[in-house]
Design a protein around this ligand. Structure first.
Ligand SMILES: [Ca+2]
Length: 499
């Protein structure tokens, strides 16, 4: 080859390589941390209410580390859990899909002995009569392995994945290791341990996987934090996704004595429970330790941290005011949660957003941040929040939707919800009535606007019906001998403390 041609060819090759690398964007390059794909830490708290953090207006609770996280990133004022109870939100977060589309719409119970494990759960069209009025769809005992999780997609892209803490998407063998998490610690067959202190819950159904040994009296939140810190220490040199899903602050309300003593000395203000405040303080300490470890490993700038909760605060232990109601019911106290994100250099410090967002958005957000495409199949309901986080873009969806076709003790009857703009429409299946609220003017949902705004009520009702149809939602049915239970609507009270 003549030398001039050779140099031309070599130059062309270099150009191709440079373009290729640019297209790959954040392609892994251990020599150059700037080019390394971002790490992800998603912290999911159980039952943490919207107003349970200092940065969301709490005065009795103290959360300096989480408040700092918000000060260094973005705080969403109108973030939502995809459901007012545990398992559906977890399924939605991991798959980017609405609970109604997946078919997981209530918290998961243990499968009775003898339940077939080789068939889909539940069999299509399985309804049950729980003796409350309508026939309601039976909730699954597990999330099917066919569901595509963010952990699976990130594993395929070369990420190390870890889940620590509560799982609640099925008993073994439907554990995190079969949903994309190569490392997991602390999951159990049930949602909640009966004890927060080591040996935690040695009985079989409550046994916390991987937490069988430990110092006597060790506090569960501290143990989870230990595991999270050591996961980061082990994996800091490669892109990782850590899903830290604390058992706290779910019942039983059990806290470390020293924290509880501190809060007992403090005036309660509008709150009611020093032990609950102490549980939140332990969560805050855990977040502080995780953030400190990211810094210690020099990877905090290349790590997107997202902090949120799986449903609203339990009304018997925390005061969600000015929001109405609490965990389990369709009012804002049941579904509105904190959501904070930090990614230095990408998200401006001290940002806030009033854009309504949901657990379903975390899946596409992480993919977007990793420079990975969102798969075309199956249907992903969430939208990437990256543009909103960076303050450069808006979301395109029509509205946000919820579907809870179950009874919840005496506190919730089956309902569906749509939020569009500042308006929120709730449909109660039991007696068929609707409630419409303007959340901007009436965040406490006191004034039902259905008679004053019949056109908007109709429009939102149609939108909700179309969505229910589109996602294949299971709608409660009238029982053959159903007695009408008019007026039995969700209230602020919540006696059931299960997940
Ligand atoms: Ca929960």
């Amino acid at each position: 080859m003549p030398s001039r041609l050779f140099f031309l060819f070599a130059g062309f090759l270099i150009l191709v390589i440079v373009i290729g690398l640019t297209k790959l964007g954040r392609a892994a390059d251990p020599e150059n941390p700037e080019e390394t794909p971002p790490n992800f830490v998603v912290v999911l708290i159980d039952d943490l209410g919207w107003k349970d953090l200092g940065c969301y207006g709490a005065t009795y609770y103290e959360t300096p580390h989480i408040d700092q996280l918000a000060a260094d990133g973005i705080r969403f004022t109108d973030a939502y859990a995809a459901a007012a109870v545990c398992s559906p939100t977890r399924a939605a977060l991991l798959t980017g899909r609405y609970p109604a589309r997946i078919g997981i719409t209530d918290w998961m119970r243990m499968a009775p002995a003898g339940t077939r494990t080789d068939l889909k759960d539940p069999p299509a069209g399985a309804f049950e009569n729980v003796g409350e009025g309508m026939l309601t769809p039976r909730n699954p005992y597990r999330m099917e392995l066919e569901e595509q999780t963010i952990a699976e997609l990130l594993t395929d892209a070369g990420y190390k994945t870890g889940q620590i803490g509560k799982w609640h998407l099925g008993a073994e063998p439907w554990y995190p290791d079969r949903q994309g998490f190569s490392f997991h610690r602390g999951g159990s067959d049930l949602g909640q341990p009966p004890n927060y202190f080591f040996p935690f819950s040695p009985q079989s159904a409550h046994r916390l996987s991987g937490f069988e040994s430990g110092p006597d009296g060790q506090y569960l939140t501290d143990r989870e934090a230990d595991e999270a810190v050591s996961f980061i220490r082990r994996n800091h040199a490669q892109p990782f996704f850590l899903f830290l899903s604390h058992y706290a602050v779910h019942t039983p309300i059990q806290a470390k004595k020293e924290f509880e003593e501190y809060f007992k000395e403090k005036p309660l203000g509008d709150q009611k429970n020093p032990a609950y405040a102490a549980m939140i303080a332990s969560v805050d300490q855990s977040v502080g330790r995780v953030l400190a470890e990211l810094e210690a490993q020099g990877i905090h700038e290349n790590t997107l941290v997202i902090f949120t909760s799986d449903n609203g605060g339990l009304a018997s232990v925390t005061n969600n005011a000015p929001l109405r109601g609490g965990k389990g019911n369709p009012y804002e106290g049941g579904i509105r949660v904190p959501l904070i994100a930090r990614w230095p250099g990408i998200i401006a410090p001290g940002s806030t957003s009033q854009t309504p967002v949901s657990s379903i958005d975390i899946f596409p957000t992480l993919l977007d941040a990793a420079g990975l495409p969102t798969p075309e199949k199956p249907t992903i309901d969430g939208e990437s929040l990256l543009g909103v986080m960076e303050g450069r873009d808006k979301l395109t969806r029509d509205g946000l939707f919820w579907h809870f076709p179950h009874y919840r003790g005496h506190d919730a009857t089956p309902y569906s919800i749509v939020r569009q703009g500042n308006y929120k429409l709730i449909r109660f299946f039991d007696d068929g009535h609707l409630e419409l609220y303007n959340l901007a003017q009436d965040p406490g949902e006191q004034e039902n606007l259905t008679s004053r705004e019949p056109e908007r009520t109709k429009q939102l009702s149609v939108l909700l019906s179309k969505w229910l149809l589109g996602v294949g939602a299971q709608i409660p049915k009238s029982a053959p001998s159903q007695k009408k239970t008019t007026g039995k609507n969700p209230t602020g009270a919540n006696r059931e403390s299960n997940s």
